[in-house]
Design a protein around this ligand. Structure first.
Ligand SMILES: C[S@@+](CC[C@H](N)C(=O)[O-])C[C@H]1O[C@@H](n2cnc3c(N)ncnc32)[C@H](O)[C@@H]1O
Length: 260
């Protein structure tokens, strides 16, 4: 039986603004500093190499974040962002609309601009990404067509960060979700995924939010068993002196795969 997180439970436990304030100020000393540096560097390298390019990109489980798209918008002109629960969509919309009380992504945008050689200012970078986002759609990875009722655009690239570990309650359903996502991709289309290794939870305020603990062996098996060819899997192990009570994570992963 494939099982997935109940969206009502998710909405109750996951305060999107608190999640951003807790983990997305780069340099604040949270466990996400390592995650952000690792994942942003891998996205930067992957897109800069030219190995992943095309026209359409779908980010699965975007809301409320945008950090994962900052390098992608250099290679893709038509980006679809997605949401699963209303509260996180509202937070994302504040940024999309440039509202004064939108979350301040500046520490992260500045870091990505530095990785890219400061070709543009952080303000220009945010505007560039906003201009490339053409659609905001509801997404459910448990569905055969995760963007139903919209027909998938047959994307050149799918990107997803810290999403399947939140959505999938079992290893079987993780495989089901990956197969469902492949229905949105062109043959040979690229899948880029990043997330935590070994985490059962992470804290958002007083709540422990569920995470399915995955390891590298599982990721390799589930990717090749779900219709993709693994191109690269890189990982980052939690430093021995890291002492964060906010999650029991063991490290982070970054995956590049291609639909067969
Ligand atoms: C920890 S957040 C990650 C958000 C963002 N990708 C990031 O990297 O910060 C987990 C995301 O998974 C989404 N999610 C949970 N269940 C889902 C499902 N069945 N289908 C699609 N997304 C789902 C949540 O709504 C949330 O946006």
């Amino acid at each position: 039986m494939a099982d997935f997180t109940d969206p009502r439970e998710y909405e109750e436990k996951f305060d999107p603004r608190l999640y951003l304030e807790t983990y997305f100020h780069l340099g604040s000393g949270s466990l996400a500093d390592d995650f952000l540096r690792f994942v942003l560097e891998n996205f930067n390298k992957t897109f800069k190499s030219g190995a992943v390019k095309g026209c359409t990109l779908i980010d699965v489980g975007t809301a409320p974040s945008i950090y994962q798209l900052l390098s992608a918008c250099e290679n893709f002109d038509d980006i679809t962002v997605t949401w699963h629960t209303k509260r996180e969509l509202q937070e994302l919309q504040k940024w999309l609309n440039g509202e004064p009380d939108a979350f301040d992504w500046s520490s992260i945008v500045k870091h990505v601009c530095e990785l890219e050689g400061n070709r543009m200012s952080p303000k220009e970078k945010e505007e560039k990404l906003r201009g490339k986002i053409k659609q905001v759609l509801m997404c459910d990875v448990s569905k055969t067509n995760p963007l139903a009722p919209h027909e998938g655009p047959n994307a050149d690239c799918l990107l997803t960060t810290v999403c399947l570990e939140a959505a999938c309650r079992s290893y079987e359903s993780y495989g089901t979700a990956l197969k469902n996502l492949s229905n949105l991709l062109k043959p040979k289309g690229h899948l880029l995924m990043a997330g935590d290794l070994g985490a059962n939870y992470y804290e958002v305020g007083p709540n422990k939010v569920f995470s399915l603990p995955v390891n590298e062996k599982f990721l390799k098996e589930v990717i090749s068993g779900s219709g993709y060819e693994l191109v690269q899997l890189v990982s980052f192990g939690k430093p021995e002196d890291a002492d964060f009570g906010s999650s029991d994570y063991e490290g982070f992963y970054f995956v590049h795969a291609q639909k067969i």
